[in-house]
Write a protein that binds this ligand. Structure first.
Ligand code: ADP
Length: 377
């Protein structure tokens, strides 16, 4: 049994997974950490609750896998957590101030609870570490970029790796497929994968870059930010605005795509604008990544929006028949479930799939692989 812990700023999610029977798993979520009126004052209390719910002292537990958002420049693959690794995750806090501190809190408490167990960190940035320099590098002053660590990292890597592999397998091109993964949840990213390796991704130094998201802006001209700073808005407020009051929420007040679609249907103009900007940006990245890859075998949709919204898939891909992309309207609007499914037409050169993501299973697999490697050394 492997315990997967995703320790966020206000919640701790966990799954207890047996890799021999991953469909039977125990899952749970401790919410409202540190909020007024909550009986979970801090991460220590939350992890204690997890320990009670999953019998963390059980002898069946062989390892704990922790989701960590940012591995910084050095942690480019899943690793056994040591004091040195904890130090490196702490050094990456300035790169992910909203996420890494909570991830670290979970790690430190779990290590205190089960110092005997191997604990593994699995990074959202790791899959993108293979990105070529041309895609990873911002065209800014080199010395300053190096001194301050300004470069592109990419996120959603664990989900993207899982989906790209499932998609390639489904398309019966397991080793060689060129895949565009569109992870559309609250956060959203597009990634170009060639034969299992990331060659470009839409998120950058932070998860702010790229697609329009629930509350994040995605791409904005940096000049607009200086304009706001010079107009007197404090930097913290601009950052807060771009992360929490932008994207769909910024444009129409709702970050939930289901609500946005309901309002579009009812003729709401602000929701229609938000939806239009969302789909336009998505098409722009799909086009860009078709060019980056040259030849695309599979486009895979995942995440709450990507898996469930036939309308978003249709509006992202409609009219792209000249690029070899043709949806089948019946397949696109039907079906559900946990298995990958084809939504493209039989005569579509590019296979379009819906691939439900399973980040926790991927973390459990990575955790198990690191444990096996460590043992054999
Ligand atoms: P997170 O990124 O927080 O893990 P999810 O991947 O669950 O989030 O995605 C959440 C998003 O998925 C929300 O915007 C929600 O509205 C959207 N979503 C879920 N079901 C549907 C649906 N049937 N149609 C459109 N959007 C949906």
């Amino acid at each position: 049994m492997i315990l997967v812990i995703n320790s966020g700023s206000s919640s701790v999610k966990y799954q207890l997974i047996d890799l021999d029977a991953p469909e039977r798993r125990v899952t749970g979520k401790i919410e409202r950490i540190g909020e007024a009126g909550s009986d979970v004052p801090d991460h220590e209390a939350a992890l204690k609750r997890v320990a009670e719910e999953v019998a963390m002292d059980s002898g069946e537990l062989v390892a704990i896998g922790h989701r960590v958002v940012h591995g910084g420049p050095d942690l480019t693959g899943p690793v056994l957590i040591t004091d040195e690794v904890v130090q490196k995750i702490a050094e990456a806090v300035p790169l992910a101030p909203l996420h890494n501190p909570a991830n670290l809190a979970g790690i430190e408490i779990a290590r205190k609870m089960r110092p005997d167990l191997p604990q593994i960190a699995v990074f959202d940035t790791a899959f993108h570490a293979a990105m070529p320099a041309a895609a990873r590098t911002y065209a800014v002053d080199r010395e300053i970029a190096e001194r301050y660590g300004v470069r592109r990292y990419g996120f959603h890597g664990t989900s993207t790796a899982f989906v790209a592999r499932e998609a390639a397998r489904f398309a019966e091109r397991p080793a060689a497929a060129n895949v565009i993964v569109l992870h559309l949840g609250n956060g959203a990213s597009a990634t170009a994968v060639a034969a299992g390796r990331c060659v470009d991704t839409s998120m950058g130094m932070t998860p702010l870059e790229g697609l329009v998201m629930g509350t994040r802006s995605g791409d904005v001209d940096p000049g607009a930010i200086f304009h706001l700073l010079r107009a007197g808005l404090p930097a913290d407020q601009v950052e807060e605005m771009l992360n929490h009051h932008s994207g769909l929420a910024g444009l129409c007040g709702d970050n939930d795509m289901r609500r946005v679609l309901e309002r579009v249907k009812a003729g709401d103009a602000a929701a229609a604008t938000a939806y239009g900007v969302y789909c336009h940006r998505l098409r722009r990245y799909i086009g860009a990544f078709c060019a980056v890859l040259g030849k695309v075998d599979v486009i895979a949709f995942t995440g709450g929006v990507g898996e469930n919204s036939a309308q978003v898939r249709r509006d992202a891909l409609g009219g792209l028949e000249p690029m070899g992309i043709r949806l089948d309207p019946m397949r696109n609007s039907g079906g559900a479930g946990d298995a990958p499914r084809r939504v493209s037409a039989d005569n579509s050169r590019v296979t379009v799939l819906v691939v439900p993501t399973d980040e926790e299973l991927e973390i459990a697999r990575e955790t198990s692989a690191v444990v096996a490697r460590t043992k054999s050394q």
